[in-house]
Ligand binder design. Sequence first.
Ligand SMILES: NC(=O)c1ccc[n+]([C@@H]2O[C@H](COP(=O)([O-])OP(=O)(O)OC[C@H]3O[C@@H](n4cnc5c(N)ncnc54)[C@H](OP(=O)(O)O)[C@@H]3O)[C@@H](O)[C@H]2O)c1
Length: 312
Amino acid sequence: MRILVTGASGLLGAHVVAHFSRKHDVTGTDRHPSWGDSEAPFLLGDLLDPEFLLRAMTAVEPEVVIHCAAMVDVDACEDDPLGAYAINSDLTGAIAGAAPEGCLMVYVTTDGVFSGDKPFMTETDLPCPRTAYGKSKLHGEWSAQLAGPDYLIIRTNFFGWSSGRKTSFAEWLYQALERQEPITLFDDFFFSPIYVSDFVGRLRLLIEGGHRGLFHLCGKDRISKFDFGHLLATEAGFSMNAVTKGSIENARLTAPRPKDMSLSSVRFERATRSEVPSCGAGLARFVGDRGRSLTRLRDETNSFLIMTSPRE
Ligand SMILES: NC(=O)c1ccc[n+]([C@@H]2O[C@H](COP(=O)([O-])OP(=O)(O)OC[C@H]3O[C@@H](n4cnc5c(N)ncnc54)[C@H](OP(=O)(O)O)[C@@H]3O)[C@@H](O)[C@H]2O)c1
């Protein structure tokens, strides 16, 4: 398949390019230069520029667009909601509109579309975002849906190694634990994160399997930020001595965070006959992959398919 990956220099997009390039004809695009060791073609430019968007679509003529470009800083979105809507929602509509007829639009979105009042939200639960980020991403989901029947909308929360231009939560945590810096982790804020490499392998199952519609794709476990830190410290052999337990109730954050962002991935598991990983297994791979180049990350796809005998 000819695949165009937006946000290809970001945490997720770079992993998507490296993984999908093994089997498909992939082009990445971003407003920052590409990183990593992938040799996939790359188009540098701002997708908010309609001329650049059209040029990219004409050059690639994609059969699939995996749309990872977004404004992801939750507090920055709260300070600039119009900017958040322009990138997370309007741009999604523009990309879907500019894509060739019949092109599959894959929109990666967030657990932050829910209010965070109960655990393991499913695809049939009603979204009710609390933050400008969550609201703009929910509008982005609608923009992707309105473009036509060929869409996949994937709600997730992932962790992994990035280019280092921006530091993700797990990278910040790893560095703080390694240096024994005093940090506070909330024990009353829950999520169900998946290692980015585990995510892209499963995303490939959805795309190659011809699935369409809305899926939650996260890790198996609902875990607090404190316990996530504890698991990471255990996997990496770091001490938790400098870590203090805290409450999100006492945090002074610009955007009001939902308290329980965990998602159920049961619909994904049933549709693809595969399993999502535990948080511990993902963190073990995260620690093991530190410093490894993107194209040398292991493809674990076959190991999470549930094999059943023909008689079953
Ligand atoms: N990280 C998570 O845990 C998480 C959780 C749930 C959902 N998601 C979703 O997953 C997707 C990828 O997230 P990520 O963490 O990989 O984000 P990221 O690292 O910030 O990557 C996004 C990339 O897109 C670029 N971009 C933004 N606007 C652009 C534009 N107009 N033209 C060209 N490039 C543009 C960004 O540049 P700038 O840095 O300059 O903006 C950045 O390089 C997003 O849709 C996000 O909402 C992420």
